[in-house]
Design a protein around this ligand. Structure first.
Ligand SMILES: Nc1nc2c(c(=O)[nH]1)N[C@H]1C(S)=C(S)[C@@H](COP(=O)(O)OP(=O)(O)OC[C@H]3O[C@@H](n4cnc5c(=O)[nH]c(N)nc54)[C@H](O)[C@@H]3O)O[C@H]1N2
Ligand SMILES: Nc1nc2c(c(=O)[nH]1)N[C@H]1C(S)=C(S)[C@@H](COP(=O)(O)OP(=O)(O)OC[C@H]3O[C@@H](n4cnc5c(=O)[nH]c(N)nc54)[C@H](O)[C@@H]3O)O[C@H]1N2
Ligand code: SF4
Ligand SMILES: [Mo]
Length: 885
């Protein structure tokens, strides 16, 4: 008997439906849910690998106090009393919660209720501050409420899709696939990608605008000014449903074409081409994500985009609208419960006394926060200053993901009382916890999430609850009860939390607030269990339907009109002599954030196995770093060391480094140590994509590469990067000193027993050294050392961990570091579903495959989740171009 459960992917904001199965021997597998309206059965590489990330390895399964195991009762009592004590001595603003868009709505609701209604402070902020707060602020300025007008289908229906500051192919892969499929079916559809880098997403673009960092406000101002003089302008919509057009137009039209060229870094031809496309295409969707939000001008970018859609009335109708793509699975749900320090609950405003009274009446709470609390960056500053005496961090890893991360680590380390709720025992953040609470993870917990198109779906448990791990909302509610707030936090089950949240959304609403799911205010446990994905709003008594907002106005400002915002463009970057380069940070295809889950999958780790910096070839030459050498990146705040990846996909003068690596996976890959804590003045969102840095080559004595059956421990070399591999681990290394004895070094870090002698090879002339340790026919570890970056075939070396080496020849092949005659090195993994490497794809192209489909037929690559199809296309194009030269 195969047990199947319908649930939702815990990664990105696309919110794909997943069917999890457990077979008779307990093996879990996942597939896309064909009935879920977000993905219709598709999953990306991360979603497809979910079953590889749910083992209990590294999990925290019991509460710990001061590193020692404790009972739940002891831990909850301590947390409640320390929070109560701080509040009694220093007032409610002396405590803080830092939570996460990866909490379920029910967790989030309880945390927000406790802080804002019962503790009476608004010091609850979330990693969504680093993610969606500029979109929230932009929506509120324009629409009067935080409303996403459109739905996914609009992206398929549009004739022009603009992707700005979004690497859709890697970060929202299933929406990317829906877009790519729609474009293939209807080739007249145009795609414009606006990104300083030429990303994989740019590969389907008809036009790629390699915009200067933060040139977006100017670009969309230029567009607004252009549209005003054309037939695309919708005077009727502007007149009936909006206010402020004249001011916005006045500031936009102040920029001439030379200003625009200067501010955007784009040639006039491209600007005109883009303006024309927008002008001439009625059905336009503009999707945006972190290249827009994570900026000192993030909120203005959002409004500059919305201005153009309002001016043309292209909003809320099929195939039209601005579209903020949410990052985390429940970024949207967090906004619904009001989990940001400047929100209240259910899309009510903390600045409004009526809203505060209403929420207080609903909660029957002793208190209510009436002013915004500390936003993330300020919150950790207040922790550093000693203003915050007790801090609870839940489902986020700020020591790795906050800007100025070394300062954040120091602040947390110095805080008198820190509680961390996580699923893992050891992260960069959990190491500072006085109380570490074990949370249930995906597959174990129950609740709801809301995706980018306002669709609420259930996450359902299908695994048993391990050890003593407990749901996050339960932890918060139990602490609340122990703080004396008994009645308000006695939820019998998760469904009751959801019902209360739904009831609050409808409380005294009457159409005045966009977020209304009153239809579920009385939901029973059974109905909650069977809840089908639905979109909000869903007021009581209304029919379930697809929903768009604002085609006929109906905005949420008091006069029901939208606001144009007269934005002004930030000056283009001045040259900083000491820190002449711009650091841009973001994501890669197969890792999720700080890698606590995706880092467990060998398949996902095979795509890119170490932290890197993309550098333009000319910059690489200027600073003297060769490809595959190590580069040190430094700002006023801190430094990082990563591998140089020299590529002309990167614009001159800027570097791109992924945000994922941290102290658990690399020596100095934590790039947020370098990122400045500069924020957008309106939203408080950090500008993580435009940081002034310098870079220089890191001179080392030698480079190493190793594969090891056991996890390498206590690494302390100047550079190391660890990744899970099939059958063990892979490790990149660099040394600035030579240990006394390499065999001993290997024994120590790879856990090799003393009785096992290595098979070795050393070349005094070249400086190459190779050691391999075998236990019978099994390879325990192989170590390769060279004065230059080690040129061993990585995937082939990893394979050696899983095969038998009974013949001596095979063992010598390991030492030689290359496959024997007739065997091919697959090369770096491109398709993680089928483990197909770049060399295999190149061989297939040389053998006559000319299309992604042909490569798929030959090798299976790209035929499952499809996340690698853009890369396969790139490899084919590269081979064909090389052959033509
Ligand atoms: N694989 C994977 N997918 C994820 C995540 C993950 O960790 N891994 N995380 C999820 C989360 S929480 C989020 S928030 C989303 C983020 O999704 P995205 O925003 O798509 O991802 P990023 O890589 O952060 O940044 C997008 C792009 O913005 C560009 N950019 C930088 N500066 C500018 C600028 O000034 N203007 C413009 N127009 N573009 C600029 C960058 O070069 C980058 O390619 O991804 C979600 N999906
Ligand atoms: N430089 C730079 N920095 C960035 C960004 C960037 O683009 N550049 N992006 C920012 C953005 S958009 C985001 S969203 C953040 C993400 O940054 P984080 O939120 O810090 O990253 P995660 O690794 O997702 O952290 C989630 C933590 O929760 C734990 N966890 C997983 N499931 C559960 C659960 O059910 N309950 C509990 N209690 N814990 C759980 C995980 O083990 C992990 O420790 O990073 C931000 N930081
Ligand atoms: S696109 Fe991928 S990561 Fe995002 S929800 Fe779907 S399967 Fe999960
Ligand atoms: Mo995010």
């Amino acid at each position: 008997m195969m047990a199947e459960t319908k649930t939702t992917c815990p990664y990105c904001g696309v919110g794909c439906g997943v069917i999890a199965r457990i077979d008779d021997n307990g093996t879990v597998s996942v597939k896309g849910d064909p009935d879920h309206p977000a993905n219709f059965g598709r999953l990306c590489s991360k979603g497809s690998a979910l079953s590889e990330t749910i083992d209990l390895d590294g999990r925290i399964l019991h509460p710990h106090i001061g590193g020692e195991r404790a009972s739940w009762d002891q831990a909850l009592h301590l947390v409640a009393s320390r929070f109560s004590q701080a509040i009694a001595e220093h007032g409610p603003d002396s405590v803080a919660f830092y939570v996460s868009g990866q909490l379920l709505t029910e967790d989030y609701y309880v945390a927000n209720k406790l802080m804002k209604g019962f503790i009476g402070s608004a010091n609850i902020d979330t990693n969504s501050r680093l993610c969606m707060s500029s979109s929230v602020a932009g929506h509120k300025r324009a629409f009067g409420n935080d409303t996403v007008p459109g739905i996914y289908e609009d992206i398929e229906l549009a004739d022009l899709v603009i992707l700005t500051g979004s690497n859709l192919a890697w970060c929202h892969p299933v929406i990317y696939q829906r877009l790519a499929t729609a474009k293939a079916a209807r080739p007249s559809m145009k795609v414009v990608v606006i990104d300083p880098r030429r990303t994989m997403t740019a590969d389907i673009a008809d036009l790629h605008l390699a915009i200067r960092p933060d040139g977006d406000v100017a670009l969309f101002m230029g567009l607004l000014a252009h549209l005003a003089g054309t037939a695309a302008i919708d005077q009727n919509y502007i007149g009936t449903h909006t206010a402020g057009f004249a001011e916005a137009f006045a500031s936009a039209s102040a920029l001439g074409i030379t200003d625009l060229m200067e501010l955007t870094g784009l040639p006039s031809m491209q600007l005109r081409q883009f303006f024309r496309l927008f002008e001439e295409t009625g059905k336009v969707v503009t999707c945006y994500s972190q290249g827009v939000n994570q900026s000192a001008s993030g909120t203005d970018k959002v409004n500059a985009i919305i201005n153009c859609h309002l001016a043309t009335g292209r909003i809320g109708r099929p195939g039209m609208g601005p579209f903020s793509l949410t990052g985390q699975p429940n970024a949207m749900g967090g906004r619904e419960v009001g989990g940001l320090a400047n929100m209240l609950a259910a899309h009510m405003a903390i600045e409004s006394p009526q809203d505060c009274d209403r929420v207080q009446r609903f909660w029957q709470s002793p208190d209510i926060a009436r002013k915004p609390g500390l936003k993330a960056v300020d919150m950790f500053r207040a922790v550093a200053d000693g203003q915050i005496k007790a801090l609870w961090i839940m489902a986020t890893n700020p020591v790795a993901s906050m800007p100025d991360a070394d300062a954040v680590a120091a602040a947390i380390a110095a805080c008198p009382f820190v509680v961390v709720s996580d699923v893992l025992r050891k992260t960069d953040t959990t190491q500072y916890a006085h109380v570490l609470l074990p949370s249930l993870g995906w597959g174990e917990k129950d609740g709801t999430v809301t995706n980018s198109e306002r669709r609420i779906s259930r996450q359902r448990a299908f695994l048993s609850q391990p050890g003593e791990a407990k749901a996050d909302w339960w932890q918060m509610a139990e602490v609340a009860r122990r703080m004396g707030f008994t009645g308000a936090f006695s939820f019998p089950a998760t469904a009751d939390v959801f019902a209360e949240h739904a009831a609050l959304s409808a409380f005294d609403n009457g159409g005045s607030r966009d977020f209304d799911i009153g239809a579920y205010g009385q939901i029973s446990a059974a109905d909650y269990n069977g809840l089908e994905p639905f979109q909000w709003p869903q007021p009581e008594g209304a029919q379930t339907r697809t929903t768009r907002f604002f085609a006929d106005g109906g905005f949420y400002h008091a006069d029901r009109k939208a606001r144009f915002i007269a934005v002004s463009a930030p000056a283009s970057d001045r040259t900083n002599v000491d820190f002449p380069l711009t650091l841009n940070t973001g994501r890669i295809r197969d890792q999720w954030h700080t890698m606590t889950r995706t880092g467990k999958s060998a398949r996902l780790s095979a795509h890119i196995a170490e932290p890197f910096a993309e550098i333009h070839p000319r910059d690489a030459m200027d600073i003297g770093v060769a490809s595959a050498a190590l580069v040190e990146i430094e700002s006023v705040y801190g430094n990082a060391v990563v591998r140089a990846l020299v590529t002309d996909r990167q614009a001159r003068g800027s570097l791109f480094v992924p945000m994922h690596w941290n102290g658990q996976f690399a020596a100095k890959g934590r790039i947020d140590a370098v990122v400045a804590p500069l924020t957008d003045a309106i939203s408080g969102q950090p500008a993580s994509k435009n940081v002034a840095v310098r870079a220089r080559p890191l001179t080392v004595k030698s480079y190493g590469f190793a594969v090891s059956f056991t996890k390498p421990e206590n690494l302390d070399t100047v550079y190391w990067a660890l990744a899970k591999a099939a059958g063990g681990w892979r490790l990149e290394l660099a040394f600035d000193a030579t240990p006394e004895n390499w065999t001993d070094w290997c024994r120590l870090h790879f856990g090799i027993p003393n009785h096992i002698e290595p098979l070795g090879y050393a070349d005094a002339q070249s400086g190459d050294l190779r050691l391999a340790f075998f236990d019978g026919g099994r390879l325990l570890a192989a170590f390769f050392l060279a004065p230059q970056p080690v040129a061993v075939a990585r995937n082939w070396a990893i394979e050696q961990l899983t095969i038998q080496h009974t013949e001596l020849a095979k063992r010598f092949a390991v030492i030689a570091g290359r496959p024997g005659a007739g065997r091919m090195d697959p090369g770096a993994t491109v398709c993680s579903c089928f483990g197909v490497g770049v060399n295999q794809i190149v061989a297939a192209v040389r053998g006559g495959c000319r299309s992604v489909e042909a490569v798929g037929k030959e090798l299976n690559a790209g035929t499952n989740c499809g996340s690698c199809r853009a890369e396969i296309r790139g490899i084919i194009d590269g081979c064909l171009a090389a052959a033509a030269e």
